[in-house]
Design a protein around this ligand. Sequence first.
Ligand code: CA
Ligand code: CA
Ligand code: CA
Length: 412
Amino acid sequence: MPLNLTHILRRDNGPERRFAALGFVGALLLLGALGACGGGGGSSSVAVPAPSPNPALPTLSFALVASGFSAPLGIAQANDGSARLFVVEQGGKIIIVKNGAKLATPLLDIGGKVVAGGERGLLGLAFPPNFAAKKHFYVNYTRAGDGATVIARYRVSSSNADAADAASEQILLTVAQPFSNHNGGHLTFGPDGMLYIGLGDGGAGGDPDERAQNPNELLGKMLRIDVESGVTPYAVPSGNAFANGVGGRAEIWALGLRNPWRYAFDRQSGDLYIGDVGQGTDEEISFLPAGSAAGSNLGWDVLEGNDCFEPSSNCTPPANYIAPVATYARSASCASVTGGYVYRGSSIAALQGWYLYADFCDGRVWRMQRSGATWQNELVADTDFSISSFGEDESGNLYFVDLSRGELRRVQ
Ligand SMILES: [Ca+2]
Ligand SMILES: [Ca+2]
Ligand SMILES: [Ca+2]
């Protein structure tokens, strides 16, 4: 990688930028094709600050739960009392982990529908509230053929709780993708029972068609839709930013995202934390407290983190701009934030109420917590894992998957 990579990234020109600016895709491609990024150790050209001397800082360990996954990039749980974890494999399978063991047969295999690789594939999975009665779930995948993002519902088999009916697909939403990268991919239900769909800006670099700030585009947004009301294919909650369709797309909840890679609501407070992958300078975490109104604008691509991006100086933040609560500098070769969860588990007292997040490329793990008007943000581990996603079990204990090693690990 050229030393002036950052400069290239910011200028948004040339094939080097196109490849390197992929953010998460760059990492995935590099991992898949070259093995150059992540998984090889924490030693990189990045200056890693020493962990805080704070004596309350927990010493975390990451226990292996299950291995042998193929490019795992998501973890979900059904909150149905089964204590199962569901690991999303990029190629299209959802693997069940039950009582600490992988089941041989996946919940679902839609490999035939999915184009996988880079930032594409089966990317997201969410179970609705009251899944035990509903017996269906939602996926986000990149469709073979045209590469569009698909949000679909699948039913669990009536005869086997560990199997989905592969023929039950109901497609709720498709979003055309102009480039292969920045597809977002995460799905989660909020405390309001709505499905939150994070979409990246569509791809390339520098949001060339200015989608993230365009309210008439779904790309570069957090969508919020009601998929459980019985309305086909979905209803739009009345509190959305443009719920009546005037001034923008009715599905939009928040604007100005580049490539949200994992976001989560704190199961206790309902606060929303979003990891947004940066372009050339800043990885960032955004925070929307419970009760936030629709229409928050997270800034991209007027801003990247706290820095002006377009224009590169003297930029005017958009209306309803919400600045990130944490940023860190991208390394010269690779950086990609993986947003995590607020820890509500039982085994690590010193992590209680702290939000955990990581960098996919260099394996660093941080915890952060609001302290009055400011945020405490501390490096808690410097690992050699390729943390593609965190997840929580029914009790709030945290896990992550390592994309390159194919492992599910528990934070403890
Ligand atoms: Ca895309
Ligand atoms: Ca742009
Ligand atoms: Ca931002």
